[in-house]
Design a protein around this ligand. Structure first.
Ligand SMILES: NC(=O)c1ccc[n+]([C@@H]2O[C@H](COP(=O)([O-])OP(=O)(O)OC[C@H]3O[C@@H](n4cnc5c(N)ncnc54)[C@H](O)[C@@H]3O)[C@@H](O)[C@H]2O)c1
Length: 311
């Protein structure tokens, strides 16, 4: 079985590729390396440096590779860029997804797995944790584009009988996350602490997020791939826990023995006070987060220590 995996040079997509290959699937990666890195690409995967907005190039790739499954992780994933360049964000996240859907129908793909965002789509929570039925009220162009693409994914099932699974992630963390990005607070804090620098906390540190370890996100992708029952549904992928930013800082400060104090800065406009996802729908199909925060943070800190030691 061949899987065409977009975004397989990125943080989450590269872990998904590694696991699929371990399980014996054939994986072909499509990535334009805009935020992904060549060194993340599994050596046993096929690789096309290509842009998902380039439909002619994608057509060639689909016709040559004839994938059975599409697993779509490529995205313009920066909230701030989506605010400054909403057209670009929509082009990659909506038009790019539509290109893949069109080609999936034309090439008889058997399942389309879509990586969506939970928090960015639901917006300000009306209850915690938020279930899949929570109202959709995106607070950024990124939230709109990611959620709009999910509508297309579901519509293509309705119009053309293309089976799908949509996974709505909480805040994903783990090895290979970009420590210079805007959102991965765990990667950013760990990297700074290991360099002996003081991380910034925007606000008083009491804001909460639902942090899910990347390997648990990978197991959700395996379930989406292998389960018939999961088809044609959207699932939250999170722990349901509300973890304060201050707690993340304190745990990482202890793990790295950095002995730093955070610099508290003004809250950022548009940052949510709290966000967590109810994943009971996915848990009913057998998925369960297997990493608690301490174990996940330790693996992440060990990874970043390893990188710094190599330098
Ligand atoms: N990291 C999170 O916490 C999180 C939360 C919710 C949803 N997601 C979703 O998960 C997916 C992966 O996110 P990530 O955190 O691994 O980000 P990432 O930036 O590490 O990965 C995205 C990958 O897509 C590639 N890409 C970007 N634009 C492309 C284009 N036009 N054509 C081809 N490739 C392109 C990048 O080079 C990169 O390798 C995204 O769809 C994102 O929206 C992530």
């Amino acid at each position: 079985m061949k899987i065409l995996l977009t975004g397989g040079a990125g943080f989450i997509g590269s872990h998904v590729a590694d696991r699929f290959i371990e399980l014996g699937y054939d994986v072909v990666i499509v990535d334009n390396l805009s935020s992904g890195k060549r060194q993340n690409i599994n050596k046993k995967a096929g690789f096309y440096e290509a842009d998902i907005t380039d439909s002619a190039r994608l057509k060639e790739i689909f016709e040559k590779e004839k994938p059975d499954i599409v697993n779509h992780h490529a995205a313009q994933a920066f909230v701030s860029k989506s605010v400054s360049e909403p057209q670009f964000d929509a082009k990659v996240n909506i038009i790019g997804t539509l290109n893949l859907l069109e080609l999936s129908v034309k090439n008889n793909v058997k399942k389309f797995i879509y990586a969506n965002s939970g928090g960015a789509g639901y917006g300000e929570p009306l209850c915690l944790p938020m279930g899949e039925e929570h109202s959709i009220n995106p607070m950024s162009p990124y939230g709109i584009s990611k959620h709009t693409a999910e509508h297309y994914v579901a519509l293509y099932r309705h119009l053309y009988n293309l089976p799908y699974v949509s996974l709505r992630y909480a805040n994903v963390y783990g090895p290979r996350q970009d420590p210079y990005g805007e959102g991965g607070v765990i990667a950013i804090f760990t990297n700074k602490l290991l360099k002996g620098e003081a991380p910034s906390i925007f606000g008083d540190g009491a804001q909460t997020r639902d942090y899910v370890y990347v390997k648990d996100v990978v197991s959700a992708n395996v379930l989406a791939l292998e389960s018939k029952e999961a088809e044609n549904k959207s699932f939250n992928v999170g722990t349901g826990k509300n973890i304060q930013t201050q707690e993340i800082f304190d745990k990482l400060n202890a793990l790295t023995k950095a002995n730093q104090k955070p610099v508290y800065r003004d809250e950022r406009k548009g940052d949510l006070k709290a966000s967590s996802l109810d994943s009971s729908k996915l848990q009913k199909l057998g998925w369960k987060p297997s990493y608690d925060l301490d174990k996940g943070l330790k693996e992440t800190a060990d990874y970043f220590k390893g990188i710094q030691n190599k330098k």
